[in-house]
Design a protein around this ligand. Structure first.
Ligand SMILES: NC(=O)c1ccc[n+]([C@@H]2O[C@H](COP(=O)([O-])OP(=O)(O)OC[C@H]3O[C@@H](n4cnc5c(N)ncnc54)[C@H](OP(=O)(O)O)[C@@H]3O)[C@@H](O)[C@H]2O)c1
Length: 303
């Protein structure tokens, strides 16, 4: 059965989520009050999913976010929290790690989720994701850990990130069809999920994917040549037709236009850019403009 409305989705993170990967990027200038303001702005604009991960900010973002959630009960009540685990890099928090590696073993996922609950100051994680596929762990082991977290009520939903369709199918089968999302990179600058079956699989399973780096990690605004430059020029050309829409809003509209309507994960640390971006929800791109953006990013006409 293919989902034709959001009611039949396994889990719905909404049109937008707020991503926290970069909130400590300039740690010295991190101001908790600024983050608080951005989070209230998100809620006011119907953005009620927070995306984080154990590894973000060198394992420090969950704690920073948790401090905010602890001190602002309205924020804790208003947001659904998504976190991820399974990437170990050399650090104080991962003393055993001598090089970056993945670990999706069930017992590791359980320990990570328990740590996230403590750091985030939440009673339950709304959606817990395996951050990256770990080629060394048998999917039965991963499934057992995720199922344990569900059974113990520590997480409400489980999902994956950066999984191939085959990896998704295998783990989903072992969990009896419980994977709630596949969080993947998707933007006009990274269209793989349109081609590799990821979005078709999501449709087939009533799963709403989540799109990370929707602006190419900011490359849209910084590259002076190539795909990002062509794309930027095309978006600027289209902007007047859509009420002088900000170009990031046009990109978000482009992402949301595909049938799975992937949740756009906003990565900005600027309040004004959250407001700009939220406008993308109400922009319905003309079919030929969607393809025009495709064409600009690819640097060719459709075959
Ligand atoms: N599952 C995964 O493996 C995975 C991987 C990567 C990311 N993620 C998630 O996805 C979220 C979003 O990813 P992302 O941060 O790469 O998203 P993005 O939106 O593609 O990139 C964000 C970057 O673009 C810049 N930017 C945004 N609007 C701009 C504008 N109008 N002009 C100039 N620069 C602009 C931001 O800077 P400013 O802050 O200055 O606006 C920020 O540095 C992350 O926070 C994380 O939650 C998941």
């Amino acid at each position: 059965m293919i989902a034709s409305n959001n009611d039949s989705l396994r889990y719905d993170a909404g049109e937008f989520a707020y991503g926290t990967w970069r909130i400590l990027d300039e740690e010295a200038s991190f101001v908790e009050d600024d983050l608080v303001r951005r989070l209230y702005t998100c809620l006011e604009h119907g953005i009620s999913t927070l995306d984080t991960a154990e590894i973000y900010g060198g394992y420090l973002v969950e704690q920073a976010l948790g401090n905010v959630l602890k001190n602002h009960k309205e924020l804790r009540a208003g947001f659904n929290v998504v976190t991820k685990a399974g990437i170990d890099v050399p650090s104080i928090e991962k003393e055993h790690a001598t090089l970056p590696h993945y670990n999706a073993a069930g017992n590791n996922l359980v320990l990570c989720a328990e740590k996230s609950l403590t750091l985030l100051h939440v009673d339950v994680i709304d959606l817990f994701l395996v951050h990256r596929p770990d080629w060394l762990t048998h999917p039965e082991d991963t499934a057992a850990g995720l199922q344990q977290l569900l059974d113990e009520g520590k997480v409400k939903n489980v999902g994956v990130s950066n999984y191939t369709i085959h990896q998704f199918e295998t783990l989903d089968g072992l969990l009896g069809g419980k994977l709630a999302t596949n969080q993947v990179e998707f933007s006009p600058l990274e269209m793989a999920p349109l081609y590799d079956g990821t979005f078709d699989q999501c449709l087939q399973k009533n799963v709403r994917p989540m799109a990370w780096s929707p602006l190419g990690g900011g490359a849209l605004f910084t590259e002076e040549e190539g795909a990002a430059k062509r794309l930027r020029d095309k978006l600027k050309e289209l902007s007047p037709k859509y009420g002088d829409a900000p170009i990031d809003a046009l990109v978000y509209a482009w992402v949301l236009a595909v049938p799975t309507a992937p949740t756009v994960i906003l990565g900005t640390n600027k309040l004004s850019r959250i407001l700009d971006g939220a406008k993308g929800k109400s922009i319905k791109l003309d079919r030929q403009d969607w393809y025009g953006i495709w064409e600009a990013a690819k640097g060719q006409s459709v075959p």
